[in-house]
Write a protein that binds this ligand. Sequence first.
Ligand SMILES: Nc1ncnc2c1ncn2[C@@H]1O[C@H](COP(=O)(O)OP(=O)(O)OP(=O)(O)O)[C@@H](O)[C@H]1O
Length: 349
Amino acid sequence: MMKEATTFPSDRTPAVEAAAAGQESSRFAIEVAGLARSFGETTVLDGVDLRLESGGVFGLLGPNGAGKTTTVRILTGVLRADRASCLRVLGHDLPDEIASVRPHIGVQTDTALYDRLTGLDNLTFFGRLYGMSSADATRAAHALLDRFGLGDRQAHRVGTYSKGMKQKALIARALIADPELVFLDEPTAGLDPEAAHELMMYIHDLSIEQGRTFFITSHRLEEMESICTKVGVLSRGRIAAQGAPAEVARMLVPDVRIRITVAPPTVLDQSAVLALEGVRTVTPVESGAMVELTTRQAVPAVVRAIAAMPGDLLGIAEEPPTLEEAYLRLVHTQERVHTQEGAAVGGAR
Ligand SMILES: Nc1ncnc2c1ncn2[C@@H]1O[C@H](COP(=O)(O)OP(=O)(O)OP(=O)(O)O)[C@@H](O)[C@H]1O
C-alpha cells in the first residue's frame, strides 16, 4: 500500500519556487497549435491544437496508434515536429528552448532504469542528473520509494522488481526533481487492476497536494474520468474533443438517458414507452427502466406520457454519459466515416 505523504526536497510547490526565483510561471503549461508529424508516408499528427492551464491532470486519450506517444515525445523534446504554428511548454518555445524546459519536467518512459542498480541508487542517480545535491536526492528518493510502497525493496536491484514495481519506480523517477510538469505515458501498463487503480488515485492526490501539472496517456477510461481535470481525444491526427470529462462526454453523446423509477416496476409497459416519440431504447432495470431519448426536447412529453401509464411514477433522473461511452462513440463514428470515405473513393474509381 502507498503511504500517506511524500516529502519533497522543498515543501514549496513548483510555482512558488519559480516565483521565489524571480521567474513568472506561465499560465499555460502547454500551448500547441497546428502540430503535425508524419513518419514516411504515414501522417500521425495532422493539426493538433491543445492549450493546458497549469495545474491539474490532463488525459490524452486515443486508440492504439493515434499518436499519443508521438505527442509526448514532441512535447518533451525527444522528437521534432514537422510543423506547428505554436509549440510552447512551460512558456518556452520548442525545440529552440528545450534546455530551459528540461529541468522543470519529469518524464516516465519505459526504458529509464538501470536493472543493476538498486531502486534507491537509481532514483538518487537521476536526482543528481537533475542537479540535486546528494543529500536532497537521497531524501527525495527515500520519500518517493516509501510513498510508492517500495520502501522495503529500495536496497534491492531493480532487475529483481516485478513489472508493477518497475512501473512505480519509473514514475517515482519522473518525480524525483520535483518537476512542474510530469508526462506519464501509459503509467498503468502492466499493472494489475488494483495496482493500476491505486496508482491513478495516487497521481490524483499528488496533483492536488503539490499543484503540479500531469499529462497522462492511458486507456483506463474509468480512472481517467475520475482523476483528469481535462481530457482530449486524439483521433485521426487531431484532438477531436477536449474539455472536462463530463463536458466531453455530453458533447459526444447528445442523446439523453433517463432512469424511470416506478412502483411496482413490473407494471411499466415497455413497448408502450418505446412507441413514444423521441424514445430510442428502453432497458428494464430493477426499479423500472432506463429510457434513451434521441433529443432533450422529447423529455417533458415522454415523462408526462409515462406518468399517465399504470403504476406510480416515483422518480426520474438523468443518467449522464460516461467518458468511456463517449470515447467509444467517437472512435466508432470516425471509423465508420473513414470506412465510408474509403468505400466512396473506391467506388468512384
Ligand atoms: N519512430 C517511428 N518511426 C516510424 N513510425 C513511427 C515511429 N514512432 C511512431 N510511429 C508510428 O506512428 C503511429 C503513432 O504511434 P504512437 O506510438 O504515437 O501511438 P499511440 O497513440 O501512443 O499508440 P498506443 O496506444 O498503441 O501506445 C503508429 O502508426 C506508429 O507505428
